[in-house]
Design a protein around this ligand. Structure first.
Ligand SMILES: Cc1cc2nc3c(=O)[nH]c(=O)nc-3n(C[C@H](O)[C@H](O)[C@H](O)COP(=O)(O)OP(=O)(O)OC[C@H]3O[C@@H](n4cnc5c(N)ncnc54)[C@H](O)[C@@H]3O)c2cc1C
Length: 417
């Protein structure tokens, strides 16, 4: 049966949800406080990452995190502040930094990433809209023996999980990318990983959906929610316009935690602020495989005419200001890994900051409310929102259609905290 569905939040999670709901015959409206796709889904690295089968909360990050926090040039920073939500989040996060937690979730993260990757391939093959998608693999570029050893261990684990991965020597890297040189001793290479241009992808879906009469309400901040008889009756925007629907889906990124409180739901999240910028292609950027500069945690995504560099994880509230020092650290890291590259500040375009919605256990929140029968929430994707976009949209659509989801989703349930 066709339903009227309101999606609040037009990032990658919201737009993919709108697409699959529309395809299954529902009447969809998308509301966003900003323009569609301009928050965390805009300037990210665009990587689809079956290689990220380790949760963000893992023993390694706990050890490195403390060291990094004391170094202003490190890729990780936690701004100490007296905020109960932050304190509770840190305590929870620490309890999940165990090998046991990583092992319990690696199969699930592999499966949901591969599921989403298959959906990307399906989207690319059908004629609804076109977008830049490449199964390019991902290199984890290492300067230090110690890091390469850690990567060897990850590659072994990836192989045990059935993923294609291997360690590449300097010569192997040269064979893969003959037109560029890198100051590294080797890399791990994850063959299944892929890339898109996330904002172009979102706009391609939006343009397609607009032609199919899906309504987009931009610059429309949803401020209030009317509830009656254990259901959401309507939502209200900042100009007091009221919108009714049969079902309401909140894909509101980092702001979901505050919104969820209105539904008595505890969805702990902190914004993991990251930065990116682009540089036009030049002779030293003549490569096509995306890479992560392993010691510096900088993602490098090459597109046809430019390369995007992104990194840093600052747990510092909701503030989206650009931290020049951290952005410069990304620039320095890029210059030191890629031979011949000498990015100067004026060449850095589209400097951007986004807040990754990070849950303490490193898993998203996707599920139905137990109390409000027509509410679904999908958020908390942290570093994998792009990777899991189509999976999120398809799962939410199956929930609306009361169908079994293609993969087990209990690990992402809304009531685990
Ligand atoms: C530097 C960096 C690099 C990254 N690289 C990758 C990567 O390579 N691969 C990957 O998978 N992920 C990556 N990520 C993470 C990814 O960007 C996020 O996980 C993803 O964008 C989250 O998408 P979302 O749709 O949940 O949230 P968002 O894109 O933030 O969308 C939420 C939307 O909700 C709207 N909204 C919120 N509240 C309201 C309201 N009350 N009323 C109306 N609208 C509202 C907002 O305006 C926003 O547009 C990266 C992130 C960063 C910062």
């Amino acid at each position: 049966m066709s339903k009227e569905i309101a999606i609040i939040g037009g990032g990658i999670s919201g737009i993919c949800t709108a697409y699959y709901l529309h395809k299954s015959g529902h009447k969809v409206s998308v509301f966003d406080a900003n323009k569609i796709g301009l928050e965390c889904s805009y300037g990210n690295a665009g990587l689809i990452v079956p290689s990220h089968f380790e949760t963000l909360s893992n023993p390694g990050i706990l050890k490195k995190g403390i060291k990094w926090m004391l170094n202003p040039n490190s890729p990780f920073f936690l701004k100490p502040r007296l905020d109960m939500d932050l304190i509770k989040w840190i305590i929870k996060f620490n309890t999940f930094c165990t090998k046991k937690h990583v092992n319990e979730n690696k199969h699930f993260l592999r499966d949901i990433n591969l599921y989403s990757l298959d959906l990307y391939k399906e989207l690319k093959e059908n004629d609804d809209f076109d977008f830049d998608f490449k199964t390019s693999g991902l290199l984890m570029m290492c300067k230090e023996e110690k890091t390469l050893k850690e990567e060897e261990f990850l590659v072994k684990e990836a192989n045990e999980l059935g993923l294609e991965a291997q360690i590449l020597s300097k010569e192997d890297i040269k064979q893969l990318e003959p037109d560029a040189t890198f100051d590294v001793i080797g890399a791990s290479y994850f063959k299944d990983d892929s890339k898109i241009q996330p904002y172009d992808f979102i706009i391609a879906i939006k343009n397609y959906l607009e032609k199919k009469c899906v309504k987009f309400y931009e610059d429309c901040h949803i401020e209030d929610i009317n509830i009656s008889n254990s259901k959401i009756d309507s939502i209200v925007d900042d100009e007091s316009n009221v919108y009714k629907a049969d079902n309401f889906i909140f894909t509101t990124g980092i702001l979901t935690m505050q919104i969820a409180k209105k539904f008595n739901l505890n969805l702990p999240m902190q914004g993991g602020k990251g930065f990116s910028f682009i540089v036009d292609k030049n002779d030293s950027l003549n490569f096509s495989t995306p890479m992560i500069l392993a010691e510096e945690k900088v993602a490098v995504t090459p597109y046809d005419s430019y390369v995007r560099f992104g990194g840093t994880m600052m747990i510092s509230g909701y503030d989206l200001s650009i931290n020049e020092r951290r952005v410069n650290n990304i620039k320095k890291a890029a210059n030191s890994y890629i031979n011949g590259l000498n990015i100067q500040t004026p060449q850095m375009k589209d400097i951007w900051a986004g807040l990754r919605p990070c849950s303490p256990d490193g898993l998203p929140f996707i599920g139905k409310s137990n109390e409000l029968s027509n509410l679904i929430i999908a958020s908390g994707h942290a570093m994998m929102g792009v990777s899991l976009g189509p999976a999120t949209g398809k799962i939410v659509t199956d929930l609306i259609n009361e169908k079994n989801t293609d993969i087990e989703i209990n690990k992402m349930n809304l009531y685990r905290f």
